[in-house]
Design a protein around this ligand. Structure first.
Ligand SMILES: *Cc1c(COP(=O)(O)O)cnc(C)c1O
Length: 390
């Protein structure tokens, strides 16, 4: 009898244990499911973990970015520099405020924003820069912060991939004016949907806090407890971005497990690097010194010149072998709305386009077994072998 085919290895799976289940059950039992003491505790614990003075818990990283840009005063007519190699929310949230996302190419080695090209894109209207710590590895922060100082730009870090990560021994979370983290289901820690805006600045924190809940001057939960009262003031037309206690309860357990989960991703990354490093058809991610990599992504680049298969066929072949993959990212300047509104065209950012054409992101999450990692490695080597032989 033929062996049954082994189960599909998904691209990403959240790592949830009995501890998260118990934490959620506790919230349900005590009945305070919406924003309250657990969200507050999660803010304090997360901020402490990254060394930030303030953490504002919200329901997504997208919300955190929007709040950060709003608090920094991004207005219609302003420009913000954003790497084209990112998810749409880094740029779209500035666009919501009427600002223009000015896309910038990446550098080849770590695929983060090219700071020299960013400098050339600065105009008198440029107000901010939003670097992305691609894959979980800090961008060249010294050069970027120097540019920001010289050109008087505010810095909002998209750290959706970068918890826990560090640059020159200091955790990501305190370098820019605001640092935005994601707790989406596929990210390095999760609350199903969630995010955190961290800052050292009291005024920015206060503004983001108010705007995260309708522009109201008091936290909702205080209004309904004996310390509060029925009275509130609406100071600005705010958003509805608060994180629930149900989500925060999961987040607190995930936060406590973050280093343990990172150790597992590091071990997987090490195995991938060893397996693929000297393969002529594969380019492994560049690991830079002076950084702790969060290993949210492990994105291979195919040396298509050495293969007779296209990237898309490569992904199909992996799928046929039961391996889930993804592509990070389709550059923003190739997406219809950015092309139609801002006139971007294919060819505008050649480094990002080249990386995109070669991109194959592999599963890397703490729930993977050694056997799963073996299967991914064997499948990749098998597909490469066929592509090279064909
Ligand atoms: C996931 C992600 C976001 C958005 O995070 P959400 O929490 O889903 O809003 C933003 N930027 C990058 C680079 C991401 O990967």
């Amino acid at each position: 009898m033929p062996n049954p085919s082994p189960p599909f290895i998904p691209f990403a799976v959240p790592d949830l244990t009995e501890a998260e289940a118990t934490a959620v059950a506790d919230v349900v039992r005590d009945g305070w499911i919406n924003t309250g003491p657990r969200a507050k505790a999660f803010e304090a614990e997360f901020a402490a973990a990254v060394g930030a003075k303030h953490g504002v818990a919200v329901n997504s990283c997208t919300a955190a970015l929007h709040l950060a840009y709003e608090a920094l005063g991004l207005h219609p007519g302003d420009e913000i520099l954003v790497p084209t190699m990112t998810f749409t929310s880094t740029a779209a949230t500035a666009w919501h405020l009427g600002a223009k996302p000015v896309l910038v190419d990446i550098r080849e080695n770590d695929e983060t924003i090219d700071v020299e090209k960013a400098e050339r894109a600065v105009t008198p209207r440029t107000k901010a820069i939003a670097p992305v710590h691609y894959g979980g590895q800090a961008c060249e922060l010294d050069a970027l912060l120097d540019l920001a100082r010289r050109k008087n730009l505010r810095v909002v870090e998209d750290a959706a991939h970068a918890f826990p990560a560090s640059y020159k021994g200091r955790p990501i979370g305190t370098f820019g004016d605001v640092t935005c983290f994601s707790f989406y289901s596929t990210k390095t820690i999760t609350t199903a949907e969630g995010g955190m805006a961290c800052t050292q600045d009291d005024d920015l924190a206060a503004r983001m806090r108010i705007m995260s809940l309708h522009g109201i001057s008091k936290d909702a939960w205080k209004r309904y407890t004996s310390e509060g009262s029925w009275y509130y003031e609406v100071l600005a037309p705010g958003f509805k971005y608060n994180l629930t206690d149900l989500a925060a309860a999961i987040g607190r357990v995930q936060l406590a497990r973050a280093q343990e989960m990172l150790r597992k991703r590091e071990a997987i990354a090490k195995r991938y690097l060893e397996a693929f490093d000297d393969n002529d058809a594969l380019i492994v991610p560049t690991v830079l010194p002076d950084r702790t990599h969060a290993w949210h992504l492990f994105s291979l680049r195919l040396r298509l010149e050495a293969l007779s298969l296209s990237r898309d066929t490569f992904l199909d072949e992996l799928k046929a072998r039961g391996i889930g993959t993804s592509v990070h990212y389709i550059p923003l300047h190739l997406q219809p709305c950015y092309r139609e509104t801002f006139g971007y065209r294919p060819g505008d950012f050649p480094v990002a386009e080249d990386a995109y054409r070669r991109s194959v992101s592999l599963p890397i999450y703490s729930k993977m077994s050694d056997a799963d990692v073996d299967r991914v490695i064997n499948a990749i080597l098998d597909v490469v072998h066929r592509g090279a032989a064909a």
